[in-house]
Design a protein around this ligand. Structure first.
Ligand code: OX2
Length: 792
């Protein structure tokens, strides 16, 4: 390893060890690790070709990968070797690992799920490609200026990305606009604008390095040659115009995960990567098969939400316009290949394109969408339409073009059936299936939490890393004093490290013995960070009223970004920072209560915070969080959840036992009913002196003395249209927090409950999830290539 690192430093980077920076060492180490992956990768590809195995194609606008060095080293079993090599070379391994920028090609849960799935597809030996966009700028960087969120461009690609292989030879022409000619019963699309999609491949090797898949990300390039004539005339702008236009397409990730955004450019991005992926997979299929009718036997395409839903019409276009299949046959064949995962019920996140826009950008696809709509009507008269009120409904399109549609938790799946797709569900009663999300235990316990991971391995061996259900054995230790102490000590160590980091990055001293209460996720009204900060103020009030009472010291930790155009979410961020400033400087409460909000939450920060959390905040309005995956990561790392009956919380509670979960709040059904009660929010506020007091303080400017009216709108909004029922759940949330305080004060009981959480999380491994997709949707075999035991 040492020699390989030195060789890369010298031969690949052209650097002399004596004059190399930590960046150079990191790139050299990454290249050395990548070398070790390549053999597995080639072998896997060869085997897939030889056995003509069915391949899975996972199409996603987002892959929230984070850092890769540790992940790759861990999967290859090379962490110790890499550490030793760098140490011998006089380098600090941890600093080298920390030098890597996060690949933030995603907004949140949806993108991180895609990244966890890539790990599992490789670990289970399922031949698969992840397809997405190689954004030049991933999710924006967040700073706080006077408590306000300020966004700047993220620049992960200004440094060399050592993991990828550029494939300039893999290129597809992607058209936009123009017109369609019809003659002799055939359609000919003449696009007005064309860009090239070029591939960049990152090998993804699974646990123990036995199988390798590919993450293929597309970058846009100009299709026309550089305009030398303009350049020679001195018109440099004109010379570079087509290049600039093309590049825009893969330049930025939309910083928006739940609202419709970006219109034309976003539609072009979606078509760009989807079309390139479909063309690529068809080319691969046809290199080995003659009859396109066999496609569904060899190809499963999963649509990660509706963003790639244009895959249906694109497949139909290629099969009918270029391979001369009749349209109805093409539709049926495409359907047998496609699966669609729905990740949200929020109406603003269900994509709809105006027919004017879609017809302008993709004229042939609009015709095909009409044909699909008619085909559906002919087969199922009265079916919901794809085209309605001058809009193309991408959810309906994805549903109709998929042979299976899945929700991401049991509750969410039932709501998909009974709300957004109720009519389609009646027509296609077997199409909707549930696949509750999962997380990769490699990254989210084994790699990110060494103290706990080592303790578990000492106790039950290391089989749990490949088969998380083995953690069940820990249930026998919940009465074992010595083991519980060791379990608590591991948590304490993580908390101490986090406290040091908080002191360094935020300048706030926190006590590792206080309860670390963490809410990290995108800032959104439905996720109710607002309720959390209101509860913080209420607690602060009561501590100040009786500072000598028996309190459980708390550190409230927040992390998350707001979409730049989402005004209310940005106000919530501002409020949290304003409240933090006041509380953190209050000598009366001192160490009893601190509020910490480190800027620029990302995967790396999650890996730091989750192992150190005591309490996991999963407090969304019931019925709104499709699943959540952070909730699983916390419980696996021995945090107790305070949460509503929403998304996967429901299943987590079933697995860990209701006595080991702090439940509060209205159910999804009660939420819907409550909204029908006239003036429900005002009534709830008036019935709660505690909440009224807090809202009064915020509205009066107690936390924003420099601008006392800053939160009038936010507070007024709660009185008038508290759609997410912060006011209605507030008291029950507050009381449940106090129950958590009490249990925490009795440390041993808390530790036993936390251990039950860790021990019961096996089911939430994405092993189980991917096996479910493989069996119920893709019809592919999960081969036990990585030595994993079959659990499904
Ligand atoms: C998220 C959902 O909000 C979250 O509940 C879920 O766990 C995650 O997807 C993975 O399934 N954008 N992000 C999501 O949905 C959309 C749309």
């Amino acid at each position: 390893m040492k020699e390989e690192i030195l060789r890369h430093l010298c031969k690949s980077l052209g650097k002399d060890a004596a004059h190399s920076s930590v960046h150079d060492w990191r790139v050299a180490l990454s290249l050395a690790l990548r070398d070790r992956m390549v053999d597995h990768w080639f072998r896997s590809t060869r085997e897939t070709y030889e056995t003509r195995a069915k391949r899975v194609y996972y199409l996603s606008m987002e892959f929230l990968i984070g850092r890769l060095v540790e992940d790759m080293a861990a999967n290859l079993g090379l962490v110790e070797e890499a550490r030793a090599a760098l140490t011998e070379l006089g380098q600090d391994y941890d600093a080298v690992v920390l030098n890597e920028p996060d690949a933030a090609l995603g907004n949140g849960g949806l993108g991180r799920l895609a990244a966890c799935f890539m790990d599992l597809l490789a670990s289970l030996g399922i031949p698969a490609y992840g397809y997405g966009i190689r954004y030049e700028h991933g999710l924006f960087k967040q700073d706080f200026v006077d408590g306000r969120q300020v966004e700047t461009a993220e620049t992960w690609l200004t440094q060399r990305n050592p993991w990828e292989f550029e494939r300039p030879e893999v290129q597809f022409r992607i058209g936009f606009g123009g017109h369609v000619d019809h003659h002799d019963g055939k359609a000919y699309w003449h696009p007005w604008e064309t860009v090239l999609a070029t591939a960049y491949d990152t090998p993804v090797v699974g646990w123990q390095g036995k199988w390798g898949n590919t993450l293929r990300l597309w970058s846009a390039r100009p299709a026309s040659k550089f305009d030398l004539e303009s350049f020679n005339r001195g018109d440099y702008l004109a010379a570079g115009r087509s290049e600039a236009l093309a590049r825009t397409i893969s330049r930025v990730l939309y910083p928006d995960d739940t609202t419709e955004a970006g219109k034309e450019l976003r539609l072009k991005q979606e078509y760009f990567f989807t079309a390139a992926s479909i063309m690529d997979l068809l080319r691969r299929f046809l290199s080995d098969h003659d009859d396109i009718r066999e496609l569904p036997q060899y190809v499963a395409i999963q649509l990660n939400d509706t963003h790639p839903a244009i895959a249906g019409p694109e497949l139909v276009r290629l099969m009918s316009d270029e391979h001369n299949l009749p349209m109805d046959e093409a539709i049926e064949l495409a359907r047998r290949c496609l699966g669609y995962t729905n990740h949200t019920l929020l109406p603003e996140a269900l994509e709809r394109w105006h027919v004017g826009l879609l017809g302008r950008v993709l004229p042939r696809h609009l015709e095909i969408i009409r044909a699909i709509d008619e085909d559906q009507q002919a087969r199922h008269p009265g079916s919901p339409r794809i085209l309605e009120h001058d809009h193309v409904h991408m959810g309906e399109l994805a549903f109709i073009m998929a042979h299976k549609v899945n929700g991401v938790s049991a509750l969410h799946t039932e709501l998909v059936k009974s709300t957004v797709f109720s009519d389609l569900h009646r027509i296609h009663p077997t199409r909707i299936v549930n696949q509750t999300n999962g997380i990769t235990p490699r990254r989210w316990l084994h790699t990110c939490n060494a103290p706990l991971s080592n303790l578990i391995t000492r106790e039950i061996g290391d089989g749990w890393v490949a088969d998380l259900e083995k953690l069940k054995a820990l249930n026998q230790r919940t009465g074992d004093r010595e083991f519980l102490d060791a379990f608590s000590a591991a948590k304490r160590q993580n908390k101490t490290e986090l406290a040091d980091w908080i002191a360094q990055t935020c300048g706030i001293a926190v006590d590792p013995d206080a309860m670390f209460d963490v809410q990290i996720k995108r800032i959104h009204e439905y996720k109710r960070q607002l309720m959390n900060i209101l509860e913080t103020v209420a607690l602060w009030n009561e501590m100040r009223d009786a500072p000598d009472a028996e309190w459980t010291p708390r550190v409230k930790i927040f992390g998350g970004k707001a979409a730049p155009g989402y005004h209310v979410a940005k106000q919530i961020i501002h409020l949290i920072n304003d409240v933090a400033r006041v509380i953190n400087n209050d000598p009366v409460t001192g160490d009893l209560l601190k509020v910490v909000f480190p800027a620029n939450y990302n995967v790396t920060m999650a890996e730091r915070l989750i192992p150190a959390a005591d309490l996991s905040e999963q407090i969304s309005t019931a019925g709104k969080e499709a699943s959540g995956t952070g909730n699983m990561k916390f419980a696996l790392n021995g945090a107790l959840t305070i949460g509503t009956l929403d998304g996967a919380n429901v299943e987590i509670r079933e697995h860990v036992g209701s006595e080991n979960f702090f439940l509060f709040g209205l159910t999804a059904r009660e939420v819907v009913e409550r909204r029908h009660v006239h003036g429900y929010a005002r009534a709830a506020i008036e019935a709660s002196p505690r909440l009224s007091r807090v809202l009064g303080q915020i509205a009066d400017g107690q936390f924003s003395p420099e601008d006392s009216s800053r939160y009038h709108g936010l507070v007024g909004g709660l009185y008038d249209h508290d759609y997410f029922l912060v006011t209605c759940d507030f008291d029950s949330y507050f009381d449940t927090q106090r129950r958590a305080d009490q249990v925490y004060r009795n440390g041993s009981n808390w530790a036993a409950m936390a251990l039950r959480n860790t021990a019961s999380m096996g089911w939430f491994s994405s092993d189980r999830t991917i096996r479910g997709y493989a069996r119920d949707i893709w019809q592919v075999d999960a081969v036990d290539r990585a030595g994993l035991e079959m659990t499904a």
